[in-house]
Design a protein around this ligand. Structure first.
Ligand SMILES: [Zn+2]
Length: 122
């Protein structure tokens, strides 16, 4: 993953759809700026979640056949995370049923703040 990119006004882009406001230490959607919770916790806690049966995305290759490339839904669900403000699909991950979402992004906010302050000096 590339280093977060500065957007100005104390905001840094983390992914295509996520940014952090270093002043308030909050995650935000980059499309609509909806707040997604504390940047010291997982952004997924602020998202709408839809756990999908993989068979709804990978239909059988042959109509009427039960075999497909879809993972077994008793072993794997495709979990989608959406922005509650605009409905943008922020992230997707494959998880065993009942497994908590992964904490996939944890940034050193204090270092980001120091870097932003040093880049702002002339
Ligand atoms: Zn949004």
């Amino acid at each position: 993953m590339d280093a977060p990119a500065r957007l100005g006004n104390g905001r840094v882009a983390v992914t295509e759809y996520l940014e952090i406001d270093l002043g308030s230490e909050t995650w935000h959607c980059r499309r609509c700026r909806h707040a997604l919770g504390s940047a010291r916790r997982s952004y997924k806690e602020g998202c709408l979640v839809h756990a999908r049966d993989p068979r709804t995305l990978y239909p059988p290759e042959v109509e009427g056949e039960r075999y497909s490339f879809a993972p077994d839904p008793t072993l794997c669900l495709l979990v989608e995370f959406y922005c509650p403000g605009c409905g943008t699909l922020v992230e997707t991950e494959a998880l065993p049923p009942g497994h908590p979402p992964s904490h996939d992004i944890e940034l050193d906010l204090d270092s980001l703040r120091r870097r932003a302050a040093s880049e702002a000096k002339p």
